[in-house]
Design a protein around this ligand. Sequence first.
Ligand SMILES: NC(=O)c1ccc[n+]([C@@H]2O[C@H](COP(=O)([O-])OP(=O)(O)OC[C@H]3O[C@@H](n4cnc5c(N)ncnc54)[C@H](OP(=O)(O)O)[C@@H]3O)[C@@H](O)[C@H]2O)c1
Length: 420
Amino acid sequence: MLAWDGPALRTWSAVMPAHPVGHDPGIPANCRQSGPPVLNWRAACFMVRMMNPASCTNHFQVRKDRLGDTRWLSTQNLPLVQGQVRLCIESFALTANNITYAAFGETMNYWQFFPTGEAGWGCIPVWGFATVTQSLCEGIAVGEKFYGYYPMASQQVLQPQRVTPAGFVDGAAHRLGLPAVYNQYLRCSQDPFYAATTEDVQSLLRPLFITSFLIDDFLADNHFFGAQEGTLLLSSASSKTAYGTAFQLAQRAGIKRVGLTSPGNVAFCKSLGLYSRVLTYDQLDQLPADSACVYIDFAGNAELRQRIHKRFSQLKYDCSIGGTHVDQLAAKGSTRELPGPRPTLFFAPAQIKKRSAEWGAQAFNQQLVHAWQAFIRKAGQPPAPWLIVQRHSGQASLKAAYEKILSGGGDPRIGHVLQP
Ligand SMILES: NC(=O)c1ccc[n+]([C@@H]2O[C@H](COP(=O)([O-])OP(=O)(O)OC[C@H]3O[C@@H](n4cnc5c(N)ncnc54)[C@H](OP(=O)(O)O)[C@@H]3O)[C@@H](O)[C@H]2O)c1
């Protein structure tokens, strides 16, 4: 295995034992380290934590109204009540998606998943892996690993319900009214997505790629709203969700994909080979104004949206996915004055429900897993993988990683995985 722990970079393509340690061509020379293989070292550290579960939980919290203000807080663990499990959170990914959860924390209830109990402070949800350290729930054993939605914290207590071989649903009262998709925990031993060697990649790309898969499917299902012969415009083209979408769209004949990005990320977007064309945000005038188009908006940038709606007289659909440009998000009600179609929030669960009914749940899952495997194979391909994993452990290192992602402008090729 080629991989290293600590604040080091590693390509996950390197989990293939194809190159000697320290000589993976996918890892920049200045980032290579010698040292023990990461999986062994990580596993050893984790085993120590598992065997001596801490009596306190460390929480990373942010001020809801000033996302740059953060703190680490330690709380004493309470004894479990019947039916509960305690999990030790092993690792999770942090991307702009998580920052968007925070930016829309009030309006879309993301703060409610892991309430801090203190007004003004919130806990950002993340996707990752955790292992059961204590169980008072039948059907869930100590040592089992689950993929799912966790807080940025070292441990979490959940209240499993509807326990099946595939996993369970957290039945905690405060989560009952929240979207079901976030309340599911998947047993890694049964999960067709899971491979022990690609945990970091799963944390980073899985929730994003599922969205990408569904966006592509939704647009095709709607015949691209009449823009099959025209152009699909993708903002924040360097984001993982956008390039996952471009990856899916690129498999459809005749669909033109124009990636819009900031000047610093043009080279990265071009290097992916997924976009028919890559333009900076101020180069819209290079596209014909009368071309039929669909806007797939990952940036949520109000000013950019205005320009797109004003320029393209044949804008057929505005599909609102996210808000990576957290400092330039549209104010509430600001879309009323826009020419052209009203931006429509993409609701992934609706497309899952539709396809599961039409294709059957099993066939839907098979298609998704198949697409996922093709995507991660391509994304990890040397010599220039689309994603290089950077791990962070320790409180100071996690805080620094959060601040970097919040401020944007980092290398889009780096995927941050945090170990609380
Ligand atoms: N609706 C859904 O179900 C769903 C699901 C998954 C993701 N999403 C959304 O898709 C978007 C992309 O998420 P991701 O996790 O894939 O992102 P990511 O890979 O972390 O994206 C990084 C890119 O986002 C832009 N960016 C990030 N922070 C920024 C900042 N502070 N200021 C300006 N630009 C910034 C930059 O792209 P550019 O320079 O190219 O603009 C940057 O290269 C998010 O808004 C997320 O919420 C939605």
